[in-house]
Design a binder for this molecule. Structure first.
Ligand SMILES: Nc1nc2c(ncn2[C@@H]2O[C@H](COP(=O)(O)OP(=O)(O)OP(=O)(O)O)[C@@H](O)[C@H]2O)c(=O)[nH]1
Ligand SMILES: [Mg+2]
Length: 240
């Protein structure tokens, strides 16, 4: 027996720019996996509990399995620098609904910079969508380069926005030096099955200790303009 048995629950973060389909992905995963896995969700919204309300309305989990953390102005702070509120919420879910197989944590929508601390989650998916532009995957950043899985989402919208999802996947694969990339649309059953398989495999690897949480790296220095009427800067090292 190893000295410390891995925690049975996989904590899986879903990050990515605003509107790329994080909440919808969580709803899809819950719908597909709830028959076989015990799941809870923690959402992070900047000012509201909109994501939690969306997920409750989707009816994919019992309401009490969905918890909203309101983060204030900086979504990345709550998932990376000061993770206390999120960690409390995750641990609360794990004890209330023990034994849980999976806790999904949605980051507040941000630009390309937000990644989860490995102290909060075990693995993370970074979510892009074809509507954000075909060249986004080439722009890089810690989430695109180093998340455990990169999702090119909403592939069915490709023809409507003039983007070829497969070339986006190819660009992303280069940007990640071959790291896993999946094309996904909630209305494409094969792609949903592929993401579910990735989640199952990651849960298995987590439980055997074969999966080690990785830090994708700090966000790039950036500033917020006019949130609450004032701007401020982050230096990318957790200060600010
Ligand atoms: N065609 C298509 N549309 C999608 C898909 N997933 C999400 N959408 C749409 O994209 C929009 C944003 O979806 P959300 O799931 O709210 O995105 P989000 O990343 O959680 O958004 P924030 O939390 O505000 O950052 C909604 O209008 C969804 O209906 C998908 O797989 N296919
Ligand atoms: Mg959302």
């Amino acid at each position: 027996m190893p000295e410390t048995t891995p925690r049975p629950t996989l904590r899986l973060g879903i990050a990515g720019p605003v509107g790329t389909g994080k909440s919808s992905l969580i709803a899809t995963l819950c719908r597909a996996l709830a028959p076989e896995l015990s799941i809870a969700v923690v959402t992070n919204d900047i000012y509201t509990d909109e994501d939690a309300r969306f997920l409750r309305a989707a009816g994919v989990l019992a309401d009490e399995r969905i918890h909203a953390v309101e983060t204030g102005a900086c979504p990345h702070t709550a998932i990376r620098d000061d993770i206390t509120a999120n960690l409390d919420a995750v641990e609360d879910m794990e004890s209330r609904f023990a034994p849980l197989d999976l806790v999904l944590v949605e980051s507040g929508g941000d630009n390309l910079t937000a990644t989860f601390s490995p102290a909060l989650i075990d693995a993370q998916i970074f979510c892009l969508d074809v509507a954000g532009g075909g060249d986004v995957a080439r722009k890089g950043g810690p989430g695109i380069a180093n998340a455990d899985l990169l999702l090119v989402n909403k592939t069915r919208l490709g023809p409507h926005v003039g983007v070829d999802p497969q070339s986006m996947v190819a660009d992303a694969t280069v940007a990640r030096s071959g790291g896993p990339v999946l094309a996904h649309d909630r209305d494409d059953a094969d792609s949903v099955a592929a993401v579910c398989d990735w989640v199952r495999a990651t849960l298995r690897a987590h439980r055997t200790g074969a999966h080690v949480p990785q830090d994708p790296g700090p966000m790039a220095p950036h500033s917020h303009d006019h949130e609450h009427g004032h701007g401020h800067q982050h230096d990318g090292a957790g200060r600010g």
